[in-house]
Design a protein around this ligand. Structure first.
Ligand code: PEP
Ligand code: MG
Length: 536
């Protein structure tokens, strides 16, 4: 028995046979060619085939895992479009074969992405660009299948998994993903979260595990290869207990979130994109309390257009079928950096140019998002929420932009609804003036992640400060109470969408404090519903 420690990107326990992902052999040799035109034509034929395949993968992903995951293939198509100049130049100048020119172009682009320290999303796309190059090379040589047609359910082990590979897999056959490389930001991690199966990355599994028995422990972040009988038995019991827990919780599906004395609480889900919707529906959220819309920007290479955003918001509104969907306007800055925003370097980004501060300074970006949101409002039950508010004038200014957008849409005869507006309460300043803010908006949602950081003066990203970071600090609990009371004095409903909202040790206390809504990652919904239904 051997244990290999990695990083868990999604929790859970999986037991089964290990299968090493088979990759097509794309070893490329550099050879001399005389007829460079024929070589360039060969490249274009391969490229055309690759383009077609990428579009097919895009459509397959769209059907199976949603638009957010499918978008990666638009990135692939874009990488491929940019190959031409470099590939043709290498073939002509060096009189070399097209395979070599494509592989070199792929490697050079990957190196360029690797250097993008300020853009982790693009940095993580190195695997994608290499995947595109490999595809073209394969297609120039007649193409080839992946050979990953499993007959039984397996723990899939691989160096790294490109989205094009995950999308081709028969997902009903995958018990868990384990990659030697990769990051928690990778699409494999996102896919695992959507599929609700454990995933590990950066796990140093040796090459000879194919066919062996394995256990993936997503709680401890490790894989056990060839477990002994005692370990296997222990994990089988744990997996059965997990399954039983899930089964019991599933019985709560369709039931109201209400205390025995009849107090109803809105139990909503937090999402980052359309790909999370399956999970929201599966866990029976009564609505979406926080759609972190900045993920649309993080997944993109340029500002998402009004049309792209409209489609995403409309899909969420339609899929939630009339249930409330709170979309937070973009919260870029601080820990969420996007290269194309060209934000200046800041010594103190958490206290810097982020969220509503960017929106009010660059209204063209803000109004594009607001137009998309108002247009989507005609298709469901959308609320708009502004992040990082500290002053009343910010809310008034944001509302002014909403009025401008509504007037434009009205003049253009484009349908929209007069959506409820709310703000995040995530700064101590907002707590202190909550009475004044409540007069301006329909709802508050307390962002305890940032509220804790700003109240305790502790950078939420700094691991060294973990022992000082206390989400249960009495100051935070008092701030929550103050916000609820201020909101209720002005008929403004109050929720929590920070991580603390899912803390089962505080659920009863929140309900007693008068909270109206709790929004959390979908997997926490049924356990919290259980607690509330057992309360008097
Ligand atoms: C929060 O600050 O609690 C919150 C929900 O927002 P985010 O974690 O996206 O900053
Ligand atoms: Mg926040």
């Amino acid at each position: 028995m051997e244990v290999f420690q990695g990083k868990a990107s999604f929790k859970g326990v999986a037991i089964g046979k290990i299968a090493e992902m088979k990759k097509a052999d794309t070893v490329v040799r550099r050879t001399h060619v005389d007829d460079v035109d024929a070589e360039i034509a060969r490249y274009h034929a391969g490229k055309e085939m690759a383009q077609k395949e990428i579009m097919e993968l895009h459509d397959k992903a769209l059907k199976e895992v949603g638009e957010a995951q499918a978008e990666i293939f638009e990135v692939h198509a874009m990488f491929l479009d940019d190959f031409d100049d470099s590939v043709e130049n290498i073939i002509r100048e060096q009189n070399v074969n097209a395979e070599y020119a494509v592989a070199t172009t792929g490697d050079n682009t990957a190196a360029m992405l690797a250097a993008m320290d300020d853009n982790p999303y693009m940095q993580a796309r190195q695997t994608d660009v290499k995947d595109v190059a490999d595809r073209v090379i394969r297609d120039m040589n007649g193409g080839s299948g992946s050979g990953n047609n499993f007959t039984e359910q397996v723990i899939l082990v691989s160096d790294d998994l490109a989205p094009s590979e995950t999308v081709q897999l028969d997902k009903s056959k995958v018990l868990a993903f384990v990659t030697r490389g990769g990051s928690t930001n990778s699409h494999t991690a996102i896919l695992a979260r959507t599929m609700n199966i454990p995933a590990l990355c950066q796990t140093p599994v040796p090459a000879n595990v194919d066919g062996k028995m394995g256990i993936v422990d997503g709680f401890k972040g490790c894989i056990i290869v060839d477990p002994d009988e005692e370990t296997l038995k222990k994990y089988e019991e744990q997996a059965a207990a997990e399954e039983e827990k899930k089964r019991l919780l599933r019985e709560l599906k369709g039931k109201e979130t209400v205390t025995k004395s009849g107090r109803k609480i809105k139990l909503y889900a937090n999402i980052g994109g359309i790909g999370d919707l399956n999970f929201v529906l599966e866990n029976d959220a009564a609505g979406i309390g926080l759609f972190r819309s900045e993920f649309l920007y993080l997944q993109s290479n340029d500002y998402p257009t009004e049309e792209e955003q409209f489609k995403a918001y409309r899909t969420v509104a339609e899929m939630m079928a009339g249930k409330e969907v709170v979309v937070r306007t973009l919260d870029i800055g601080a820990d969420k950096q996007v290269g194309y925003f060209n934000l200046d370097h800041e010594d103190n980004p958490a206290l810097g140019f982020r969220a509503i501060r960017i929106c009010l300074t660059r209204p063209e970006i803000f109004k594009t998002q607001l137009r998309a949101l108002y247009r989507a409002s005609a298709f469901g039950n959308i609320d708009i929420m502004f992040p990082m508010i500290t002053s009343v004038w910010e809310v008034q200014q944001a509302k002014k932009y909403c009025e401008e957008v509504k007037k434009e849409l009205h003049d253009q005869n484009i349908p929209f609804k007069d959506v409820p507006l709310g703000i995040m309460i995530e700064t101590p300043a907002a707590v202190m003036i909550a009475d004044e803010l409540a007069e301006e908006v329909d709802f508050f949602s307390i962002g305890t992640n940032d509220l804790t950081q700003y109240t305790e003066a502790i950078d939420r990203q700094n691991q060294k400060l973990e022992k000082f970071f206390n989400p249960h600090h009495p100051a935070i609990l008092r701030e929550i109470q103050m916000t609820i009371d201020a909101g209720h004095r002005h008929n403004t409903w109050v929720g929590i969408c920070g991580e603390l909202g899912a803390d089962p040790t505080l659920t009863e206390q929140f309900v007693k404090m008068g909270i109206d809504e709790l929004s959390m990652s979908p997997s926490s919904i049924l356990p919290v519903r259980k607690i509330i239904r057992e309360m008097d």
